[in-house]
Design a protein around this ligand. Structure first.
Ligand SMILES: Nc1ncnc2c1ncn2[C@@H]1O[C@H](COP(=O)(O)OP(=O)(O)O)[C@@H](O)[C@H]1O
Ligand SMILES: [Mg+2]
Length: 229
């Protein structure tokens, strides 16, 4: 059960949306929504953050090692060990058979660990795949998004199409990073969410984004094309 409720904590949840290859995972690592030394747990069903020893590419999480586990038991033990040290860590759950049930199990664990005196960053990749509504998400994921801020949770949700995610994901995330959109319906949805013109979204290129901050029409341009140079 989440402990140490602190109503004064601000919601820092962020969603990241772009077509495939648009730079969602790059933005999660480099859009500066993540602390430099995070306590970070990732639901990483496709291994986007797998660390490769000796690779020249900047893989892992922003070049740092991520520890992956594919069984619930091994992940839960490693996660609580890491969280218990009170030191930064990057850890991922990559279930053998990703499913909504696995995603919700992961969210329940995060809710259980949440502590209003400490920030815990949580990434959920491809969130649309694990959701079956575009309405209210009434589950452990919904609970993390709606109640999590008071307990130090910062939820980073990643998805390709905004028209396929629960509205809870969009409405509870005051920060939004929008990359290239493949469908007009998704671009329109995000333009409305950010109170900007759809043309601004249509003009985006891979690894360029519009970053929505809290507040009406409060947006910035973000360019991560040079991040690997
Ligand atoms: N480690 C890396 N080194 C160099 N380029 C990368 C690396 N990771 C991603 N990229 C570039 O960024 C693009 C977007 O990648 P990514 O963020 O994984 O897309 P998405 O998550 O939206 O599918 C890739 O097509 C690739 O060109
Ligand atoms: Mg990705």
């Amino acid at each position: 059960m989440a402990i140490n409720k602190n109503n004064q904590l601000k919601a820092l949840h962020c969603c990241y949306t772009a077509g495939t290859g648009g730079g969602k995972s790059v933005a999660v690592q480099y859009a500066e929504m993540m602390p430099k030394s995070p306590c970070l747990a990732i639901f990483d069903p496709y291994g986007d953050y797998v660390y490769q020893t000796g690779s020249k590419l900047d893989i892992g999480f922003a070049g740092k090692r991520v520890y992956h586990y594919s069984s619930r038991k091994a992940f839960a033990i490693a996660f609580f060990d890491a969280w218990g040290t009170k030191r930064p860590f990057r850890i991922a759950y990559k279930p053998a058979k990703p499913s909504r049930t696995e995603m919700l199990w992961f969210c329940e664990l995060m809710w259980h660990a949440a502590d209003g005196t400490r920030r815990l960053d949580v990434v959920i990749e491809e969130v649309a795949k694990w959701c079956d509504t575009t309405g209210k998400e009434q589950s452990a994921l919904g609970e993390c998004l709606t109640g999590g801020r008071k307990f130090g949770l910062v939820i980073h949700t990643v998805f390709q199409r905004s028209t396929e995610v629960p509205k809870t994901v969009l409405s509870q995330s005051p920060y939004k990073i929008i990359g290239i959109q493949e469908a007009k319906a998704d671009a329109k949805r995000m333009a409305e969410e950010c109170s900007i013109e759809i043309e601004q979204i249509a003009a985006l290129e891979p690894l360029t984004y519009i970053k929505k901050l809290p507040g009406w029409g409060n947006v910035e341009q973000l360019d991560l094309r040079n991040v690997f140079n």
